[in-house]
Design a binder for this molecule. Structure first.
Ligand SMILES: [Zn+2]
Length: 263
């Protein structure tokens, strides 16, 4: 029996950010380009970002074997994570993304050389044609493509599925029909309920499970919640009444079977 523990969704690059105590919306905090997080990342020294990443990695090494990081900041962002990972025993599945909001062939080629795939913010942030070109390029190179979906507002699931993502993140605002389509395509959904609760939202875990979706757990932005996936599992058991064994599968066998051979 495999006992590898997975944190299937992190952004550890923002670990160094100390959040001012106020009520934040997702947009104010993490919108690509102008969100508080991205403004702080622009301003930060590389050493400061890497130091924060190392702190997050050390915390995860206490109880996690593999983490799936959605790496912002283009090629430079991936290099920072590589630096933070030097000499560590935990494994990182790196989902890079372009620095800007455009498809640049050479940049995507370079990212895919250094990362396991590309993980984007959400279709609402992107021009359809640009995102299609990125997804196609990733598929051609047989790497993974992933995207955040329906976190704060419902997005067009057909448009998302047409990009053939390998796995998707959130789905808090998904409908029953959306869940059925995702289950039909056998696409896993990574949920991050503690990070969602920071914004006053919640994933419909029971509905998604009833539809037959494979659910993995992640901790999302490290500046909001510590990247402790065991805590995430406890939260799912306590707040959503999920069976302990089922909750454990979400951080172990389910992601293991899916990511096996891909990292
Ligand atoms: Zn995320």
């Amino acid at each position: 029996m495999v006992t590898m523990i997975f944190n299937s969704h992190t952004h550890i690059g923002d670990s160094f950010i100390k959040l001012p105590d106020k009520k934040w919306s997702v947009e104010e905090l993490v919108a690509p380009g102008y969100g508080y997080k991205h403004r702080m990342l622009e301003r930060a020294k590389e050493d400061e970002i890497v130091k924060g990443m190392i702190e997050a990695i050390k915390l995860m090494e206490k109880n996690t074997d593999v983490f799936v990081d959605f790496r912002e900041g283009g090629i430079k962002g991936i290099k920072l994570l590589h630096k933070a990972m030097e000499g560590r025993k935990i494994k990182a599945i790196i989902m890079g993304r372009p620095a800007g909001m455009k498809y640049v062939k050479d940049e995507v080629d370079e990212i895919l050389k250094m990362a396991h795939g590309i993980g984007l913010s959400s279709i609402s942030d992107w021009d359809d044609r640009e995102i299609e070109k990125i997804a196609e390029h990733v598929k051609k190179r047989e790497k993974m493509f992933s995207i955040h979906v329906s976190e704060v507002k419902r997005e067009d699931i057909d448009a998302v599925l047409s990009l053939a993502p390998d796995f998707i993140i959130h789905m808090c605002k998904g409908s029953k029909k959306d869940f059925e389509k995702i289950a039909d395509e056998n696409i896993p959904v990574v949920i991050c309920p503690r990070a969602n609760s920071f914004f006053g939202i919640a994933p419909k875990i029971n509905e998604m499970m009833a539809a037959g979706i494979k659910i993995f757990l992640g901790t999302d932005n490290a500046m909001i919640v510590k990247p402790d996936v065991m805590e995430e599992m406890r939260y799912v058991i306590d707040k959503f009444g999920i069976d302990e064994e089922k909750a454990f599968e979400m951080i172990s066998t389910l992601p293991y079977k899916f990511f096996k051979g891909k990292f």
